[in-house]
Design a protein around this ligand. Structure first.
Ligand code: SAH
Ligand code: F3S
Length: 480
């Protein structure tokens, strides 16, 4: 999920909702996945009630919070660097308090307080409602920590304060935690067991966003397709639910349908789908509703059956192909994107070739590709040696990235001389005379502004492209 965040947004916090009576200033920044960005909006909402307005100026903050990522070692190093920066500011403004939120807080717990003297506050992903109490402790001069994971916290009752917003697209979180236990992944340890949010509160949020002018939502979860609401509680306890609870349970395809029907003009996206949980039902629901976008992010990590097994991904390469064939049959215009890991323990050259040949079969529209980073406490770290040398991991990653670039180019070129629907999101980074937006397939398109404005859905004739971006001209408003 990581790079789905536009990198220019990392760190920034532009906020619309402020309270004039609030006197304290919160500087909050987020790293890592979309869920972290979404969580920071919940934290900002909790602290708005506690007297904090957000600021974009670090130097004037009373409280600095950093929402952190542990997915790879590099992500943690980025946060450590930010802490150094805060330290420099704290020398000028000694009253400033610093808190670490999110996955690093959960992974390192009180070690963070010992290792990083600047940190006053450590709060895990399920403990944000405790922030007011924890801040009171900090104000009394004590370090404060809450890293308890929860069985039922979904923050469904909190209306997020939208940060970094363009007023057009917003995240709506629907599940928390993950039960999949992929052997390389730290998320099940930092975000706990999987639980789903009440569909009613999801629909209320979607309706509220529409009434505020938003045009696109992304339903968020580590593993959205395993969404299951049966009245609350952990996904793994569903077996123990009553017959009535089972009969009235809402799964992901049902939730998608509820959202699509509630706001038929709202564009609906979702992320992320684990192949083992994406059902035909979901694909068919996507086909039934035009406002559900034509894109599936379907991380596979490796094309080798042996490696998939070592990763505890519960599907084979052949089953993945079958899923891809079903998507292509039911949703012929759907784009598909990937996440890949090169150099997982024991990966051989033949395994790597399997990854490349899988990519050849799918020809993804785009992808997010990483070298394996061993994470403390994961099953892979405990049971396997990180035995692929760094330079081999990097070379294999290069192969994967090169091949993806070729495929992206083929996919992007296929849109030349066609008309696509684009939701205008922002000014193009390259020119203040052009708009930038995305197609239903999640491909970026840029075109001259003409008389159109942010939030408009327009038909764009595609006349040119780079490997990742469509270039064209808007011809009129799209009717949806
Ligand atoms: N299901 C999640 C996956 C979160 S992690 C989601 O919603 O996206 C995002 C991606 O990071 C994974 O798909 C995987 O490709 C990569 N990743 C996770 N752990 C990693 C590790 N230890 N080393 C390298 N990449 C990793
Ligand atoms: Fe991680 Fe696998 Fe869950 S990648 S977030 S354990 S689906």
């Amino acid at each position: 999920m990581e790079k789905i965040i536009d990198e220019s947004q990392q760190g920034k916090s532009l906020v619309l909702e402020q309270k004039t009576e609030n006197t304290r200033k919160l500087f909050i920044e987020s790293y890592g996945c979309a869920m972290n960005f979404s969580d920071s909006e919940i934290v900002a909402a909790i602290l708005l009630k506690e007297g904090y307005n957000t600021t974009q100026t670090l130097e004037e903050a009373d409280l600095v919070l950093v929402n952190t990522c542990s997915i790879r070692d590099k992500a943690e190093q980025t946060v450590r660097k930010r802490l150094e920066k805060y330290n420099a500011v704290k020398r000028i403004n000694p009253k400033m308090k610093v808190g670490v939120l999110g996955c690093m807080a959960e992974r390192l717990k009180s070690k963070l307080l010992d290792e990083e003297k600047i940190v006053d506050l450590v709060v895990g992903p399920d403990a944000y409602k405790d922030l007011p109490n924890l801040l009171a402790e900090v104000e009394d001069g004590r370090d404060a920590i809450n890293v308890l994971l929860s069985k039922d916290e979904t923050y469904g009752d909190i209306s997020p304060v939208r940060l970094n917003t363009n007023g057009v697209s917003a995240y709506v979180s629907i599940t928390r935690g993950c039960d999949n236990m992929c052997t390389f992944c730290v998320v099940p340890f930092t975000r706990g067991r999987e639980r789903s949010r009440d569909p009613q509160s999801i629909l209320e949020e979607v309706n509220d966003l529409w009434s505020k002018g938003y045009k696109e939502i992304t339903l968020l979860g580590q593993n959205v397709d395993s969404y299951l609401w049966y009245g609350g509680g952990l996904k793994k306890d569903f077996e123990k639910a009553s017959d009535i609870q089972k009969a009235t349970a809402v799964n992901f395809s049902k939730l998608l349908e509820l959202c699509a029907k509630a706001q038929p003009k709202m564009r609906i996206r979702f992320s992320t789908s684990n192949p083992q949980d994406l059902t035909l039902d979901v694909i068919e629901t996507m086909a039934r509703y035009k406002n559900i976008c034509d894109h599936i992010h379907l991380p596979v990590q490796s094309g080798s059956n042996r490696i998939l097994k070592e990763m505890n991904r519960l599907h084979t390469r052949e089953e993945y192909f079958e899923l891809i064939d079903n998507i292509r049959r039911i949703l012929p215009t759907c784009s598909i994107s990937q996440d890949m890991i090169s150099g997982f323990p024991t990966e051989t050259e033949a395994d790597h070739q399997d990854t490349l040949s899988l990519m050849e079969y799918v020809k993804y529209n785009f992808g997010y590709m990483f070298t394996y980073s061993e994470r403390p406490g994961t099953l892979a770290e405990r049971k396997m040696e990180d035995d692929v040398p760094e330079e081999i991991k990097k070379r294999r990653l290069d192969d994967i990235v090169q091949l993806q670039r070729q495929h992206s180019e083929i996919r992007t070129k296929a849109y030349l001389n066609t008309t696509v629907e684009v939701l205008i999101e922002r000014e193009s980074k390259k020119s203040d005379k052009e708009w930038s937006g995305r197609t239903s397939q999640n491909i970026v398109a840029v075109f001259p502004k003409a008389h159109y404005k942010i939030g408009d859905l327009v038909n764009v004739n595609i006349t040119d492209c780079t490997s990742a971006t469509l270039i064209g001209e808007a011809i009129d408003y799209a009717v949806n």
